[in-house]
Every structure is written in C-alpha cells, then in structure tokens.
Design a protein around this ligand. Structure first.
Ligand SMILES: *Cc1c(COP(=O)(O)O)cnc(C)c1O
Length: 231
C-alpha cells in the first residue's frame, strides 16, 4: 500500500498524466485531500508530504481539527451543509463546495458579511439525477445563480458535482462532460466567471474528471486507504 506520502505522489502523478493526455497544464488542477474520518496525525502527514488543500464533510469534525491545525492548510468544505451550521462553515472554510439552495446561499452570505469575509463558494449540481444525491437540478441552476447574484460576501467560483459510484469510471464521463457544458453555458450567460472552477472527481474517477476539465479533484481513499465503515 505504501505510505501516505507515496500514495499522494502517485495520485499527483496520475493527475499529471491525465492533464498530459487532455492537453492541459498540470497546474490547472488542484488536489483536495479529503480528510473526513482521518486523524489530525494523518492530516499532518499529508501536509508535510506537500498537500496544501484539505476537504472536510462535517462541521463538528472540521471544527475540532481546525482548532488543532489552524489556518495553515486551505480548508474546503465539501459535505452537505445545513443552514444552522453556516456560521461555523464560513468561519472554517476557504471554499464551500456544496451550495445547493438560495436559502443556504443567503445564510452563507449573511454570515460572510457578519464575519467581514468574502466566501468562495461552488454550486453543487446533481447532474446524474440520483435521488440520494444533494445538489440543485440542472434545470434550476441558472435560476439559483441568478438569485445569488445580489448576495453580498460570496464569490461564486464555479460548480461541483458528484458522479454515481460505478465500477468503470468511463461510465461517468458523461456526468463530468455535462457539468462542464453547464458551466460554459452559465459563463456565457454571465452567471459564472469565464473559466469557472469545476470540482469533480474522487478516488474512483478523478482521471476521467480531469480529462473532462476538473480544476479541483476531491480524493480521499486513494491517498489514505479505505475509511472505517460508519458504525
Ligand atoms: C468522501 C468524499 C470524497 C472523497 O471520496 P474518496 O472516494 O475517498 O476519494 C469526495 N467528495 C465528497 C463530496 C466526499 O464526500
């Protein structure tokens, strides 16, 4: 299996090769090491191996880790976010990947203004249409972005998506390609910046996501090994 440092290097290498295959600059992709359920010691290990960006899913867990690690790493909040956790999420996070409603966006905006901060956010889109996945439906995306335009304190950086779990990552290529097309359409309509960020790809499918334009990939298991089953 190797050490965390070795697996991190292997993932970065695979990202680099996926960039090469698709004619992209290797530095156009940022690796977010997903650290949910990982100990502070494991996070320190990945940071000393050179990782800079870490992703957490749960506000309580992130708060505890943040108290120990501070502002050193770049913090990405990637989990489903409830409005009553918005204040802490804004306090903790450099990026929030999981905005999926105007009510949540509004609360994040209020908290960002209160904290005198500009919060970078991504809008999560449920491109695969799976009922179990969060995210705004593609046909509601433009309306949500339109509604978010007037919100202070937020910088809308792009889109995030989660593909369904499949054995063969090629099967989810259309999900990533569609997310990119949605971002391009929204950018053309002035609802997203040109060259908007795309947060897509996890351990099982990040190379395909990079080939389809991901700028942020969220990888846990391939770096840290399998997570404990939730008890
Ligand atoms: C857990 C998680 C990941 C990382 O998944 P791995 O399969 O461990 O790479 C990425 N994105 C989100 C939103 C997650 O919850």
């Amino acid at each position: 299996m190797g050490s965390i440092a070795e697996r991190l290097a292997a993932v970065l290498d695979r990202i680099g090769r996926a960039c090469e295959r698709s004619g992209r600059a290797p530095h156009s992709v940022t690796l977010v090491a997903v650290t949910k359920q990982r100990s502070v010691a494991e996070i320190q290990e990945v940071l000393s191996a050179g990782a800079v960006n870490i992703g957490e899913n749960y506000v309580q867990e992130a708060l505890a880790k943040h108290a120990e690690l501070g502002r050193g790493p770049v913090w990405h909040f990637i989990g489903h976010l409830q409005r009553n956790k918005a204040r802490d999420a804004v306090r903790l996070s450099d990026w929030i990947h999981s905005v999926d409603s105007l009510r949540l966006a509004d609360e994040l905006s209020r908290r960002a203004v209160e904290q005198g901060k500009r919060q970078r956010v991504l809008v999560e889109v449920n491109v695969s249409g799976e009922a179990t996945k969060s995210g705004v439906a593609p046909d509601q995306l433009a309306a949500l972005l339109e509604g978010m335009r007037s919100l202070e304190g937020l910088t809308v950086e792009g889109l995030m998506t989660m593909a369904p779990w499949v054995d063969d990552a090629e099967q989810v290529r259309p999900v990533f390609a569609e997310t990119r097309r949605l971002a391009e359409r929204c950018a053309a309509a002035g609802l997203l910046p040109q060259g908007a960020h795309l947060s897509m790809g996890m351990s099982s499918d990040f190379e395909v996501a990079v080939e389809e334009g991901a700028t942020l990939v969220r990888v846990g298991t391939a770096i840290f090994g399998p997570r404990e089953a939730a008890s």
